[in-house]
Ligand binder design. Structure first.
Ligand code: URA
Length: 243
């Protein structure tokens, strides 16, 4: 993957002149065909500004991150294959040449922060199956370790939307993909959804699992010495569940 420094972009409606439209930092550009960054629209940037702000309270953090999660799920669904499907409308036997989804999907959330993305998935895909994976840093080795997984029995026949809001080093997500692969899920049937990614995390994915699709709202500058994404938004799980 090739990264291009985060550019700034004038945001706001086209009928305003350039001078009347504020410029904001938008996502670092990534040149890797399996990474999709959401369009950097005024709405998305305003939503991200809300959740990045340390003054944003928990209720607002939940509300605005859910809105971004909806956008991520809708985008990820566009990466699944469809079949031709022609239907008849109620109007004088007229037909419409459309499409329908092909195949079955499931969500897999990496606990606990990934569970925050389940609501958006349920809102878009009624009664969707959702599996869970718990991976935590081992205190002794400081490497990620698998503690628990509960996945649909037929997961190898499904498209998997893997959920974790922050792609930092990618340690847990890479291990989660290893778990999915061990259950027979092909690499190219996994789509990893995250709100904010680091270039390091994306590079690690591109190297180990180049066929896994990544759908992210924003690629940030990088990681700090504690492996927090910068500028980031802090600890997602703490902000969503605790504060
Ligand atoms: N997880 C988080 O919640 N935040 C980061 O910045 C990195 C990982």
């Amino acid at each position: 993957a090739v990264f291009e420094r985060a550019p700034s972009k004038h945001l706001g409606p086209d009928y305003k002149s350039q001078e009347e439209r504020p410029s904001a930092t938008v996502s670092t550009r990534v040149d890797h065909k399996n990474v999709t960054t959401l369009p950097q629209t005024p709405q998305l940037i305003a939503l991200l500004t809300m959740i990045r702000d340390k003054e944003t309270n928990r209720a607002d953090f939940i509300f605005y991150s859910n809105r971004i999660n909806r956008l991520l799920v809708e985008e990820a669904l566009n990466h699944l294959p469809v079949l031709p499907h022609t239907i008849t409308t109620p109007v004088a036997g007229k037909t419409y040449a459309g499409v329908k989804f092909e195949g079955k999907i499931c969500g897999v959330s990496i606990m606990r922060a990934g569970e925050a993305m389940e609501q958006a998935l349920r809102e878009c895909c009624r009664s969707v199956r959702i599996g869970k994976i718990l991976i935590q840093r081992d205190e002794e080795t400081s490497k990620p370790r698998l503690f628990y997984d509960k996945l649909p029995a037929d997961i190898k026949d499904r498209w998997v939307l893997l959920l974790d809001p922050m792609l930092a080093t990618g340690g847990s997500a890479l291990m989660a993909v290893d778990v999915l692969r061990s259950k027979g899920v092909p690499e190219d049937r996994i789509c990893f959804l995250n709100l904010i990614a680091s270039p390091e995390g994306i590079a690690n994915f591109a190297q180990k699992f180049p066929l896994v699709r990544i759908v992210t709202a924003f690629v940030d500058e990088g990681l700090n010495e504690k492996n927090y994404i910068v500028p980031g938004l802090g600890d997602f799980g703490d902000r969503f569940y605790t504060f």
